[in-house]
Write a new protein. Sequence first.
Length: 437
Amino acid sequence: MILIHQLWNQRRQNLWIFVELLIAGIFLWMVTDPIVKLTADRLIPPGYDPRGVYVLNLGQYNASNGTYYDAAQDSTGRMAANYINIIRTVRTLPEVESVCVSAYGSYPNSNSWSGMELFGPDSLMVHVQQYRFVPTGESNLLNTYGMTDVRTGQPVELPADFALRDKIALSEQAALRLFGTTDVVGRTVAETPDGQYPHEVAAVFNDYKHYTYQQPYPMAVGAEEGLNELPYMCYVYSIVFRLKVGVDPVAFEERFHREVEPHLASGNFFFDSLETFSDASRQQALTSGVTNKLRLHYALGGFALLCIFLGMVGTFWIRANARREEVGILRSTGALRSSIVRRFLTEAAVLVTVAYVLSLFVVLNYVLVNGFTEPLQNFVTDRLVADPMYWQNHIGWRFFVVSIVGYVLLMLTALVGTYIPVRRASRISPVEALRDE
């Protein structure tokens, strides 16, 4: 009750900081929401092991490149043979564990995305993202990427006839939506409602994220018939390889550029670049605007907290000086400095709490009318059904988590801004405080 009376008696002095806290609470919530959402999505396991995995990008000369171009190397059979020579060069490196030839940008954070419809029992349709790879030699996309079996958690082992029998591997999410269970190896899915173009499920792997800052999308992995000799086949097929455990990536990259790169020119193909899965993730986040969005919201959030910090310092500096007599009486009656500081901090905490609760009513109304500042799912296709297993896809949970994060940030900033002037004021001696009055 004493605290309430104190706040009421100081209501005029409290009004402007209360209004500032109210506005800052609304602004901070709007700024925090995208950060919380994107961070939560990023923390979802990617479904693969990116360590030591590289994408080898090739270039290809054409007639416009003059003397660099050899027309004879574009004859039937030569392009595929030259490409296989490069694959073999990479596969025989002592540091390399496995190699995969992915098709159409089928690797995480690539600029390519393709989907298809799959039909299960009773013509139940699920839209999935598809990854394709070319089964040349020991090429195995799931093994090279480090995807794991949904039941055992071990690397996925595909049958030897995976490509020959037109089989398919499904992600956990795709299997659950098609069959209601992940125990579906041996069952059949089709590309049409009437069962045409059937595929036998050969494996089910853990959910996989194509983009680091987005949620997993139902996925299917299939094999191509072989290398198609396209005019720009180096842009269709990417060579992905994984290093053996224990290989030093820095030493490998130095050796690769020094000793291996000169031998990667075959026919009209030439070495273009070598990037890790982590490099691709950072580049995709930058080009898609996610990195800049996070930087902007961090800056805006920091600005809001700085304003609150300065406002609390100024307000309680003035308030502490104006209440020197009260401080002196408390000190003369034996009150400890820590108890005086706690009293002022409690006043600040009450102001923050009341202002923030009121700001949440405004924010809640905004969310119900306009939705969140960051959509529930910002994917390349609007056909994604947000997975209910993730809390950020539930309006209530997301509003609660963002509100808690905003409240903690606001409260900590306000308490630090209050503590600095109040701690200084509490050091005054009782005689000096009462004499000044």
